[in-house]
Write a protein that binds this ligand. Structure first.
Ligand code: ZN
Length: 242
């Protein structure tokens, strides 16, 4: 009997450890500044977890997501973590291009009453590629205001994809760049299957000119710090012969 008790205890401990490890790689939330948080989810690529950054903003009228988790299994844990930590519901989500690291959670979020948005260009590509679609569409650069926070969507031109947009928070000087921006941790351009590498440098130059005062630039994958990722992306493109 004692042996069985021990066995149950050991199995339980093993389960907690495995669950802990899974969770550590499943969803990470990092504070950026003020009410801004970067959250990271993972997809197994070539046998190891590959991270993808998204962001959320907490307001007194609810939480806004910028891109969905890459892992649909993390959608409910994300909503739960936000509720637990901030006592707010997610009310809105904007996906910044059609790839699944930005859009795969849109269907889940729609079902859970979140107002989901993409640009028309992104929606057309989602339809073409069979990706999850948003309920609402904007046809031009749009300024949203939620709980006193204003932010602007901006399509700077083609790059990582034809439809990639960025989100600009003028007051907080945060530029959410998504996969158009490469992290300073990246030594290559990553997935360029749908990229326009010839157009990409002028797209980045447009961002540098339009947002000279950006202080925090958030790339789609890997680490972020300051605004250096903009120039770094341009350097990588030039090394790539652009
Ligand atoms: Zn990406």
């Amino acid at each position: 009997m004692k042996f069985i008790k021990h066995l149950v205890y050991i199995l339980l401990l093993a389960f907690v450890c495995i669950a802990g490890v899974t969770n550590a790689q499943g969803l990470k939330i990092a504070h950026l500044s003020g009410n801004f948080y970067v959250y990271t989810t993972y997809k197994m690529l070539d046998g190891s977890p590959f991270p993808s950054n998204s962001m959320y903003l907490v307001t007194n009228k609810g939480v806004v997501l910028f891109d969905t988790p890459w892992d649909t299994a993390q959608c409910q844990p994300l909503l739960d973590s936000i509720q637990l930590r901030h006592h707010q519901k997610v009310v809105l989500c904007i996906a910044t291009h059609f790839h699944d690291d930005r859009t795969i959670g849109l269907a889940f979020l729609r079902q859970h009453g979140v107002k989901t948005y993409t640009s028309l260009q992104t929606d057309l590509l989602c339809q073409q590629h069979g990706d999850s679609r948003a309920k609402y569409i904007f046809t031009a650069d749009t300024t949203f205001t939620v709980g006193g926070y204003a932010f602007q969507t901006y399509w700077p031109g083609k790059g990582h994809t034809a439809d990639n947009i960025v989100i600009w928070f003028a007051k907080q000087k945060i530029l959410y760049g998504g996969c158009l921006i490469k992290s300073i941790d990246n030594k290559s351009l990553g997935n360029i299957a749908d990229a326009d590498v010839a157009a990409w440098p002028s797209t980045i130059s447009r961002l540098l000119a339009k947002f000279p005062d950006a202080e925090d630039v958030i790339p789609g994958h890997f680490g972020w710090s300051g605004r250096d990722a903009l120039q770094h992306t341009l350097d990588l493109l030039r090394q790539n012969g652009q």
